[in-house]
Design a protein around this ligand. Structure first.
Ligand code: FAD
Length: 388
């Protein structure tokens, strides 16, 4: 078994296969330090925590993860809080930075005797629908190489070799550009509120998400085409203050921005998630906009579903779970896509082909009002917000 990519999907899959006694090798394009320092997600769903716990992969997050259960919306009409950990299914998030989870999973994989090749880039998966699938690679010394495998799991993200290797006629590609961009910021500053903050402002959305005692993620909606370094740190903080209404609700703790990146909000899904011996997992299967923090959670869920299916096929001779892999995962993926699309329409005035739309804006205010006032709507929100 060859696994492409050492992100959350590839490392959960690798660990689960090792535990089941299935031989696998992981090929990762980047070096170890880069894999362990790539700051991205942070909010883990309760189901993700359960998956990691039942497979003995939760040491770090049990020690250092922080329970999180409240979000706060700030609008021109005032602010309100939802204790989503008590609504819906009554489950909180666990805040644990993705790069720390990846570091834990990697250490566990290596301790268990797992084989990983860093600085090894997969170029293409060949003959996935034939008897001898293989992966061509550029080895760490730059020379070409080839790995043969009975199965290949593409956990190598949206721009990886896995996706590219599925012939166009064998897959349907659904995609959507939401027409909205965010400046994603990682601030060396403590969280400024004890909740996820969603600020809806005439100048655009701003978001606040705790990561650790000294690190906070912020998002600032920006015009399409904005460069990540276009604004000085002071200008970014002033804009965050304005949109988060700091003068009214409390100042933001400032610090240096350790990371800035512009994210154009887009989503896509490939169907099916299998082509012969090649399986697509995590971001390689579907990209979910970060508006609802689902991507890493889906990656872990899909990795567990695939690990179980491979174990049934290789140890029990039962191919049925592998045949069902794509449909099972797609049901979760489309549910998450629907909710993150709903969040996008809640948080932004999304571009209307006919120009600025007061009608759309009224709909958005009504949507926010329903969330503030309707217990049934709040339960629905909480269930979808923490669930995968
Ligand atoms: P990745 O983490 O992208 O890992 C893929 C790996 O494959 C990488 O290590 C890469 O180097 C390697 N690779 C790529 N190409 C090749 C190749 N050709 N050969 C070999 N290796 C290759 N999700 C949440 O659930 N909660 C959040 O709060 C959240 N916040 C986010 C914030 C931001 C700013 C962003 C950008 C994303 C966020 N996400 C969040 C999404 C989440 O980070 C991703 O969905 C998650 O990383 C997907 O995991 P993965 O293992 O599928 O892919």
């Amino acid at each position: 078994m060859v696994i492409l990519g050492a992100g959350p999907a590839g490392l959960v899959l690798g660990n689960l296969l090792l535990r089941a006694g299935i031989d696998c090798a992981l090929l990762e394009r980047s070096g170890r330090a880069s894999v362990e320092n790539r700051a991205r997600a942070g909010f883990l769903a309760a189901n993700t925590v359960r998956i990691l716990a039942r497979n003995g992969l939760d040491d770090g997050l049990r020690r250092n993860g922080q329970e999180h259960r409240v979000c706060e919306f700030r609008t021109d009409d005032g602010r309100f809080r939802l204790d989503y950990g008590r609504l819906g299914t009554g489950e909180p998030h666990t805040v644990y930075p993705q790069h720390e989870l990846v570091t834990d999973l990697l250490a566990r994989f290596l301790d268990a005797g797992g084989r990983i090749r860093f600085d090894t880039e997969a170029i293409a998966v060949s003959d996935a629908d034939g008897p001898t699938p293989s992966v061509t690679v550029r080895e760490s010394d730059g020379r070409p190489g080839r790995w043969r495998a009975r199965y290949v799991a593409a956990c190598d993200g949206r721009h990886g070799a896995g996706r590219r290797s599925v012939p166009p006629g064998a897959v349907r590609h659904y995609r959507r550009d939401h027409g909205v961009s965010w400046l994603g910021l990682l601030a060396e500053a403590p969280p400024s509120l004890d909740a996820v903050g969603y600020a809806l402002h005439p100048r655009g959305y701003a978001g606040h998400m705790a990561r650790s005692a000294g690190i906070t993620r912020y998002y600032l909606q920006c015009a399409r085409g904005t460069r990540a370094d276009a604004w000085s740190d002071d200008r970014v903080w002033d804009e965050l203050d304005l949109r988060m209404r700091a003068a009214q609700y409390g100042t933001l703790s400032r610090g240096r921005f350790a990371q800035r990146a512009v994210v154009d909000l887009g989503s896509d899904v490939l169907e099916p998630l299998r082509h012969g011996a090649l399986f697509l997992v995590g971001d390689a299967a579907a990209l979910i906009s970060p508006s609802a923090a689902k991507g890493a959670n889906l990656a872990v869920l899909e990795a567990e579903i695939l690990a179980r299916a491979l174990t049934a096929a290789l140890h029990g001779g039962d191919p049925a779970p592998l045949d069902a892999y794509s449909d099972r995962c797609l049901a979760h993926i489309w549910r998450a896509q629907e909710f993150s699309h709903w969040m996008i329409r809640l948080l932004h005035e999304t571009p209307d082909p006919e120009g600025p739309s007061p009608f759309q804006e009224r709909l958005r205010r009504s949507r926010i009002g329903a969330l503030r006032d309707s217990p049934a709507q709040q339960d629905w929100f909480a269930e979808n917000y923490v669930g995968v």
